[in-house]
Design a protein around this ligand. Structure first.
Ligand code: AMP
Ligand code: MG
Length: 330
Protein backbone atom coordinates (compact mmCIF):
# COMPACT_ATOMS: atom_id res chain seq x y z
CA UNK A 1 0.00 0.00 0.00
CA UNK A 2 1.30 3.44 -0.97
CA UNK A 3 0.07 6.15 1.38
CA UNK A 4 -1.70 9.06 -0.37
CA UNK A 5 -1.26 12.65 0.75
CA UNK A 6 -4.53 14.40 -0.14
CA UNK A 7 -5.75 18.00 0.15
CA UNK A 8 -8.81 18.35 2.39
CA UNK A 9 -11.83 18.40 0.09
CA UNK A 10 -15.08 16.56 -0.57
CA UNK A 11 -13.25 13.59 -2.14
CA UNK A 12 -10.68 13.09 0.64
CA UNK A 13 -13.24 13.65 3.41
CA UNK A 14 -15.56 11.04 1.89
CA UNK A 15 -12.65 8.60 1.51
CA UNK A 16 -11.58 9.25 5.11
CA UNK A 17 -15.10 8.70 6.38
CA UNK A 18 -15.26 5.32 4.61
CA UNK A 19 -11.92 4.31 6.08
CA UNK A 20 -12.84 5.40 9.62
CA UNK A 21 -16.21 3.63 9.42
CA UNK A 22 -14.34 0.46 8.43
CA UNK A 23 -12.04 0.64 11.48
CA UNK A 24 -9.06 2.00 9.52
CA UNK A 25 -6.81 4.89 10.56
CA UNK A 26 -6.39 8.21 8.75
CA UNK A 27 -3.83 10.93 9.53
CA UNK A 28 -5.20 14.45 9.88
CA UNK A 29 -3.79 17.88 10.74
CA UNK A 30 -4.41 19.78 13.96
CA UNK A 31 -2.98 23.10 15.17
CA UNK A 32 -0.51 21.20 17.42
CA UNK A 33 0.81 18.17 15.47
CA UNK A 34 -0.66 15.67 12.96
CA UNK A 35 -2.88 12.99 14.52
CA UNK A 36 -3.49 9.33 13.67
CA UNK A 37 -7.28 9.08 13.77
CA UNK A 38 -9.55 6.12 14.48
CA UNK A 39 -13.17 5.65 15.55
CA UNK A 40 -13.06 5.94 19.36
CA UNK A 41 -16.13 3.66 19.69
CA UNK A 42 -14.41 0.74 17.95
CA UNK A 43 -12.10 -1.64 19.84
CA UNK A 44 -10.54 -2.88 16.58
CA UNK A 45 -9.86 0.62 15.27
CA UNK A 46 -8.36 1.84 18.55
CA UNK A 47 -6.19 -1.26 18.91
CA UNK A 48 -4.82 -0.71 15.40
CA UNK A 49 -3.53 2.76 16.40
CA UNK A 50 -1.23 1.10 18.94
CA UNK A 51 -0.09 -1.48 16.35
CA UNK A 52 0.62 1.04 13.59
CA UNK A 53 2.64 3.30 15.90
CA UNK A 54 4.27 0.60 18.01
CA UNK A 55 2.85 2.52 20.97
CA UNK A 56 3.06 1.02 24.48
CA UNK A 57 -0.40 -0.32 25.36
CA UNK A 58 -0.52 1.51 28.71
CA UNK A 59 -0.22 4.97 27.13
CA UNK A 60 -3.79 6.32 26.80
CA UNK A 61 -5.14 8.26 23.83
CA UNK A 62 -6.83 11.62 23.49
CA UNK A 63 -10.32 11.70 21.98
CA UNK A 64 -10.90 14.54 19.50
CA UNK A 65 -14.37 15.94 18.96
CA UNK A 66 -16.02 18.56 16.78
CA UNK A 67 -16.81 21.82 18.59
CA UNK A 68 -20.57 21.07 18.52
CA UNK A 69 -20.22 17.45 19.68
CA UNK A 70 -22.01 16.65 22.95
CA UNK A 71 -19.16 16.25 25.47
CA UNK A 72 -21.58 15.07 28.17
CA UNK A 73 -22.22 11.89 26.16
CA UNK A 74 -18.60 10.89 26.79
CA UNK A 75 -17.77 12.17 30.28
CA UNK A 76 -19.70 12.07 33.52
CA UNK A 77 -18.80 15.31 35.31
CA UNK A 78 -17.65 18.70 34.02
CA UNK A 79 -16.56 21.02 36.85
CA UNK A 80 -17.31 24.75 36.69
CA UNK A 81 -13.63 25.69 36.20
CA UNK A 82 -13.44 23.36 33.19
CA UNK A 83 -16.44 25.11 31.63
CA UNK A 84 -14.71 28.47 32.15
CA UNK A 85 -11.48 27.22 30.56
CA UNK A 86 -13.38 25.67 27.66
CA UNK A 87 -15.08 29.01 27.05
CA UNK A 88 -11.75 30.84 27.10
CA UNK A 89 -9.52 28.46 25.15
CA UNK A 90 -11.56 25.97 23.10
CA UNK A 91 -11.37 25.07 20.31
CA UNK A 92 -7.61 25.10 20.87
CA UNK A 93 -4.49 23.25 22.04
CA UNK A 94 -5.90 22.21 25.42
CA UNK A 95 -6.78 18.59 26.30
CA UNK A 96 -9.01 18.15 29.34
CA UNK A 97 -9.19 14.93 31.38
CA UNK A 98 -12.58 14.06 32.90
CA UNK A 99 -14.23 11.08 34.59
CA UNK A 100 -15.22 8.82 31.71
CA UNK A 101 -18.74 7.60 31.03
CA UNK A 102 -17.21 4.50 29.48
CA UNK A 103 -19.02 5.02 26.18
CA UNK A 104 -15.85 4.88 24.03
CA UNK A 105 -13.67 1.78 23.59
CA UNK A 106 -11.92 0.72 26.79
CA UNK A 107 -8.64 0.65 24.82
CA UNK A 108 -8.70 4.46 24.53
CA UNK A 109 -7.92 5.07 28.22
CA UNK A 110 -5.88 1.88 28.77
CA UNK A 111 -7.78 0.86 31.89
CA UNK A 112 -8.05 4.34 33.48
CA UNK A 113 -11.52 5.54 34.54
CA UNK A 114 -10.85 8.94 32.98
CA UNK A 115 -11.01 10.25 29.41
CA UNK A 116 -8.84 12.91 27.77
CA UNK A 117 -10.83 15.08 25.32
CA UNK A 118 -9.67 17.76 22.91
CA UNK A 119 -11.43 20.12 20.50
CA UNK A 120 -8.80 21.20 17.95
CA UNK A 121 -9.07 24.63 16.34
CA UNK A 122 -7.41 23.75 13.01
CA UNK A 123 -9.91 24.42 10.21
CA UNK A 124 -9.12 21.13 8.47
CA UNK A 125 -9.43 19.21 11.75
CA UNK A 126 -12.85 20.74 12.40
CA UNK A 127 -13.98 19.88 8.85
CA UNK A 128 -12.76 16.31 9.27
CA UNK A 129 -14.44 15.87 12.69
CA UNK A 130 -17.69 17.38 11.45
CA UNK A 131 -17.74 15.18 8.35
CA UNK A 132 -16.95 11.97 10.28
CA UNK A 133 -19.30 12.93 13.14
CA UNK A 134 -17.70 10.49 15.59
CA UNK A 135 -15.35 10.93 18.53
CA UNK A 136 -11.87 10.30 17.14
CA UNK A 137 -9.09 8.72 19.18
CA UNK A 138 -5.81 10.15 17.97
CA UNK A 139 -2.22 10.23 19.18
CA UNK A 140 0.48 11.95 17.14
CA UNK A 141 0.89 10.34 13.70
CA UNK A 142 4.51 9.23 14.08
CA UNK A 143 6.21 5.96 14.87
CA UNK A 144 6.26 5.72 18.67
CA UNK A 145 9.14 7.63 20.32
CA UNK A 146 10.11 9.46 17.10
CA UNK A 147 9.70 13.22 16.68
CA UNK A 148 6.02 14.22 16.29
CA UNK A 149 4.97 15.20 12.74
CA UNK A 150 4.09 18.81 11.90
CA UNK A 151 3.69 18.35 8.13
CA UNK A 152 1.95 15.74 5.97
CA UNK A 153 5.40 14.75 4.63
CA UNK A 154 6.60 13.98 8.16
CA UNK A 155 3.64 11.60 8.58
CA UNK A 156 4.40 10.03 5.20
CA UNK A 157 8.04 9.49 6.15
CA UNK A 158 7.02 7.58 9.30
CA UNK A 159 3.87 5.75 8.21
CA UNK A 160 4.08 5.21 4.42
CA UNK A 161 2.56 1.81 3.64
CA UNK A 162 0.84 1.56 7.02
CA UNK A 163 -2.13 3.87 6.39
CA UNK A 164 -4.03 4.77 3.22
CA UNK A 165 -4.49 8.53 3.61
CA UNK A 166 -2.82 11.58 5.11
CA UNK A 167 -5.03 14.67 4.95
CA UNK A 168 -2.76 17.61 4.19
CA UNK A 169 -3.53 20.76 6.16
CA UNK A 170 -0.12 22.44 5.80
CA UNK A 171 2.45 22.99 8.53
CA UNK A 172 0.96 22.94 12.04
CA UNK A 173 1.02 26.43 13.53
CA UNK A 174 1.36 25.33 17.18
CA UNK A 175 4.12 22.81 16.77
CA UNK A 176 4.10 21.02 20.13
CA UNK A 177 1.44 18.71 21.57
CA UNK A 178 -1.53 20.07 23.50
CA UNK A 179 -1.46 20.97 27.17
CA UNK A 180 -3.00 18.04 29.08
CA UNK A 181 -5.06 19.28 32.03
CA UNK A 182 -6.55 17.02 34.69
CA UNK A 183 -10.08 18.30 35.41
CA UNK A 184 -11.11 15.56 37.84
CA UNK A 185 -10.05 17.37 41.03
CA UNK A 186 -11.11 20.54 42.85
CA UNK A 187 -8.49 22.50 40.93
CA UNK A 188 -7.10 22.00 37.41
CA UNK A 189 -3.73 20.28 37.27
CA UNK A 190 -1.32 20.32 34.31
CA UNK A 191 -0.17 16.80 33.41
CA UNK A 192 1.71 17.86 30.26
CA UNK A 193 2.68 21.43 29.46
CA UNK A 194 1.95 22.98 26.08
CA UNK A 195 0.77 26.13 24.36
CA UNK A 196 -1.97 26.85 26.89
CA UNK A 197 0.29 27.78 29.78
CA UNK A 198 -0.12 27.69 33.57
CA UNK A 199 -0.31 31.49 33.52
CA UNK A 200 -3.14 31.41 30.95
CA UNK A 201 -5.11 28.92 33.05
CA UNK A 202 -4.56 30.92 36.25
CA UNK A 203 -5.78 34.04 34.49
CA UNK A 204 -9.17 32.43 33.92
CA UNK A 205 -9.70 30.29 37.04
CA UNK A 206 -7.28 31.74 39.59
CA UNK A 207 -5.19 28.69 40.35
CA UNK A 208 -3.56 25.79 38.57
CA UNK A 209 -1.47 22.91 39.89
CA UNK A 210 1.36 21.26 37.98
CA UNK A 211 1.79 17.53 38.37
CA UNK A 212 5.24 16.21 39.17
CA UNK A 213 5.52 12.43 39.44
CA UNK A 214 6.38 11.16 42.93
CA UNK A 215 8.78 8.22 43.16
CA UNK A 216 6.85 4.99 43.73
CA UNK A 217 3.46 6.56 42.98
CA UNK A 218 1.38 5.43 39.99
CA UNK A 219 2.02 8.02 37.27
CA UNK A 220 -1.12 10.05 36.43
CA UNK A 221 -0.33 10.66 32.79
CA UNK A 222 1.29 7.43 31.64
CA UNK A 223 2.68 8.96 28.43
CA UNK A 224 5.01 11.17 30.43
CA UNK A 225 7.21 8.27 31.55
CA UNK A 226 8.25 7.28 28.02
CA UNK A 227 11.15 8.46 25.93
CA UNK A 228 9.64 10.65 23.24
CA UNK A 229 10.25 13.06 20.40
CA UNK A 230 13.68 11.64 19.60
CA UNK A 231 15.58 12.32 16.41
CA UNK A 232 17.48 9.37 14.93
CA UNK A 233 20.92 10.89 15.43
CA UNK A 234 22.90 11.56 18.61
CA UNK A 235 21.92 14.61 20.65
CA UNK A 236 23.09 16.65 23.61
CA UNK A 237 21.32 19.50 25.37
CA UNK A 238 23.04 22.52 26.94
CA UNK A 239 21.52 25.28 29.04
CA UNK A 240 21.55 28.80 27.59
CA UNK A 241 24.47 29.94 29.75
CA UNK A 242 26.52 26.92 28.61
CA UNK A 243 26.57 28.03 24.97
CA UNK A 244 30.38 28.28 24.96
CA UNK A 245 30.60 24.60 25.99
CA UNK A 246 28.12 23.74 23.23
CA UNK A 247 30.25 25.61 20.70
CA UNK A 248 33.39 23.80 21.87
CA UNK A 249 31.67 20.43 21.40
CA UNK A 250 30.48 21.55 17.94
CA UNK A 251 34.04 22.48 16.91
CA UNK A 252 35.51 19.22 18.26
CA UNK A 253 32.88 17.04 16.62
CA UNK A 254 33.24 18.64 13.21
CA UNK A 255 37.06 18.54 13.48
CA UNK A 256 36.80 14.78 14.06
CA UNK A 257 34.58 14.19 11.04
CA UNK A 258 31.29 14.03 12.98
CA UNK A 259 28.84 16.36 11.26
CA UNK A 260 27.42 18.42 14.13
CA UNK A 261 24.67 21.05 13.98
CA UNK A 262 23.63 23.51 16.68
CA UNK A 263 19.89 23.79 17.30
CA UNK A 264 18.94 27.03 19.05
CA UNK A 265 16.88 30.19 18.80
CA UNK A 266 17.84 33.12 16.59
CA UNK A 267 19.42 35.15 19.40
CA UNK A 268 21.72 32.27 20.38
CA UNK A 269 22.53 31.54 16.72
CA UNK A 270 23.89 35.08 16.44
CA UNK A 271 25.96 34.65 19.61
CA UNK A 272 27.54 31.28 18.66
CA UNK A 273 27.99 32.30 15.01
CA UNK A 274 28.68 28.81 13.60
CA UNK A 275 27.91 27.54 10.09
CA UNK A 276 25.69 24.51 10.75
CA UNK A 277 22.66 25.98 12.47
CA UNK A 278 19.13 24.69 12.97
CA UNK A 279 17.48 28.03 13.71
CA UNK A 280 14.25 27.84 15.72
CA UNK A 281 13.37 31.48 15.12
CA UNK A 282 12.84 34.54 17.32
CA UNK A 283 9.53 34.48 19.19
CA UNK A 284 8.18 31.86 21.60
CA UNK A 285 5.53 30.93 19.04
CA UNK A 286 8.13 30.48 16.29
CA UNK A 287 10.35 28.37 18.54
CA UNK A 288 7.47 26.00 19.40
CA UNK A 289 6.29 25.86 15.79
CA UNK A 290 9.75 25.07 14.39
CA UNK A 291 11.02 22.67 17.07
CA UNK A 292 9.94 19.33 15.53
CA UNK A 293 10.55 20.47 11.97
CA UNK A 294 14.12 21.43 12.89
CA UNK A 295 14.69 18.16 14.78
CA UNK A 296 13.55 16.26 11.67
CA UNK A 297 15.67 18.41 9.33
CA UNK A 298 18.52 17.94 11.81
CA UNK A 299 18.36 14.15 11.81
CA UNK A 300 18.44 14.13 8.00
CA UNK A 301 21.58 16.31 7.83
CA UNK A 302 23.51 15.82 11.05
CA UNK A 303 25.31 13.00 12.85
CA UNK A 304 24.99 14.96 16.06
CA UNK A 305 22.52 17.66 17.15
CA UNK A 306 23.79 19.99 19.86
CA UNK A 307 20.76 21.77 21.32
CA UNK A 308 21.02 24.98 23.34
CA UNK A 309 18.01 25.80 25.52
CA UNK A 310 16.33 29.18 25.07
CA UNK A 311 17.17 31.84 27.67
CA UNK A 312 13.50 32.33 28.57
CA UNK A 313 12.19 29.38 30.56
CA UNK A 314 8.60 30.25 31.47
CA UNK A 315 5.28 30.35 29.57
CA UNK A 316 5.31 28.35 26.33
CA UNK A 317 9.01 27.62 26.88
CA UNK A 318 8.06 25.20 29.72
CA UNK A 319 6.48 22.96 27.08
CA UNK A 320 9.35 23.48 24.64
CA UNK A 321 11.91 22.56 27.32
CA UNK A 322 9.91 19.44 28.25
CA UNK A 323 10.06 18.24 24.60
CA UNK A 324 13.68 19.29 24.10
CA UNK A 325 14.80 17.48 27.26
CA UNK A 326 13.04 14.29 26.16
CA UNK A 327 14.38 14.57 22.60
CA UNK A 328 17.92 14.78 23.97
CA UNK A 329 17.62 12.05 26.61
CA UNK A 330 19.95 9.13 25.97
P1 AMP B 1 -0.04 11.77 22.55
O1 AMP B 1 -1.36 11.48 21.96
O2 AMP B 1 1.04 10.86 22.06
O3 AMP B 1 0.28 13.22 22.45
O4 AMP B 1 -0.16 11.45 24.09
C1 AMP B 1 -1.32 11.73 24.83
C2 AMP B 1 -0.98 12.21 26.21
O5 AMP B 1 -2.18 12.37 26.95
C3 AMP B 1 -0.10 11.23 26.98
O6 AMP B 1 0.85 11.95 27.74
C4 AMP B 1 -1.09 10.53 27.86
O7 AMP B 1 -0.51 10.00 29.03
C5 AMP B 1 -2.11 11.62 28.15
N1 AMP B 1 -3.43 11.08 28.45
C6 AMP B 1 -4.31 10.53 27.59
N2 AMP B 1 -5.40 10.09 28.24
C7 AMP B 1 -5.22 10.36 29.55
C8 AMP B 1 -5.99 10.15 30.73
N3 AMP B 1 -7.17 9.56 30.68
N4 AMP B 1 -5.45 10.56 31.89
C9 AMP B 1 -4.26 11.16 31.94
N5 AMP B 1 -3.48 11.39 30.87
C10 AMP B 1 -3.95 11.00 29.68
MG1 MG C 1 2.85 11.36 20.67
Amino acid sequence: MQTLILPIDEFSLEKSKNLIQNDKCVAFPTETVYGLAANAFSDEAVKSIFEIKGRPTDNPLIVHIHKDYDLSSLVSFIPEYAKMLAKAYLPGPLTMVYKSKGTVSKFVSCGLDTLAVRIPSHKGAQEFLKYINLPIAAPSANVSKHVSPVTAEHVFNDLNGKIEVVLDGGKCSGGIESTVLDCTGNEPCILRSGLITKEMIEKVVGSCLVYTPVEGEKVRSPGMKYKHYSPKCQTELFLFDEYDKAKELYINKNKNGVKAYILCDDETANIVGVENILNLGKTEEEIAMNLYDMLRIGESKADFIIAIAPKKQDGVMVGVMNRLTKACKS
